[in-house]
Ligand binder design. Sequence first.
Ligand SMILES: Cc1cc2nc3c(=O)[nH]c(=O)nc-3n(C[C@H](O)[C@H](O)[C@H](O)COP(=O)(O)OP(=O)(O)OC[C@H]3O[C@@H](n4cnc5c(N)ncnc54)[C@H](O)[C@@H]3O)c2cc1C
Length: 216
Amino acid sequence: MSDLVVTERTKVRRRAARGRYDRDTVYAILDEGLVAHVGFAVDGQPFVIPVVYGRAGDRLLLHGSVASRMLRTLRDGFPVCVTVTIVDGIVLARSVFHHSMNYRSVVVLGRAVEISDMDAKVEALRAIVDHVAPERWGVARTPTAEELRATTVLELPVSEASAKVRTGPPLDDEGDLQRPCWAGEIPLRLTALTPIADPALAPGIALPASVASYRR
Ligand SMILES: Cc1cc2nc3c(=O)[nH]c(=O)nc-3n(C[C@H](O)[C@H](O)[C@H](O)COP(=O)(O)OP(=O)(O)OC[C@H]3O[C@@H](n4cnc5c(N)ncnc54)[C@H](O)[C@@H]3O)c2cc1C
């Protein structure tokens, strides 16, 4: 896979060595992330809205109600910024100044367009659903024509994008290393707990393996 082209807008300047522009890294973060924050400005007022998303090749997929202000604003090629963040740990340094976080994040800039073709729209919805809960599309009822009409789906090319990754211990000043202050990392993970069945679940339905073993 070719690397992303670095533009003036996506060049990581602060801690530039943490910047990544290879599609493997960018796609791995997008595939592991769960929530995207979608930023856009209306009449000079920025809004940043959390949503779920999916990825199909080099396209990021967003969906929601046709009534959504966010999707109505974006569907005709409005400038947008989509950010996905995975927090891997809290980094405790010997100085307050050098406290940090370990993370993997992606920022995608561009313009989204609506997917109008019905087959493409269904495929995009499948990608979003299976991104959140693998194999779910194959077991849940698929959308009716009416449900599809009530849903807007957008695609945003992952072309002007960057990743930024921090790993490892704190980067304390040399002079602080002997301080009597514990330093290191508290690793954090998004962990699925035991699934809770819907009280209205029809009898005799076993917990699917894909749900029982859910992890990101
Ligand atoms: C984890 C997560 C996943 C979601 N996934 C989707 C998705 O895939 N598709 C989708 O359409 N929506 C999703 N939502 C809901 C989404 O965040 C918006 O609430 C919704 O899309 C309506 O957007 P809108 O632009 O029409 O909001 P409007 O109702 O027009 O927003 C008006 C104002 O309401 C407030 N507001 C709106 N949404 C939120 C919010 N989430 N939290 C706090 N204040 C808010 C803000 O002040 C905003 O300016 C998700 C929310 C969360 C938290």
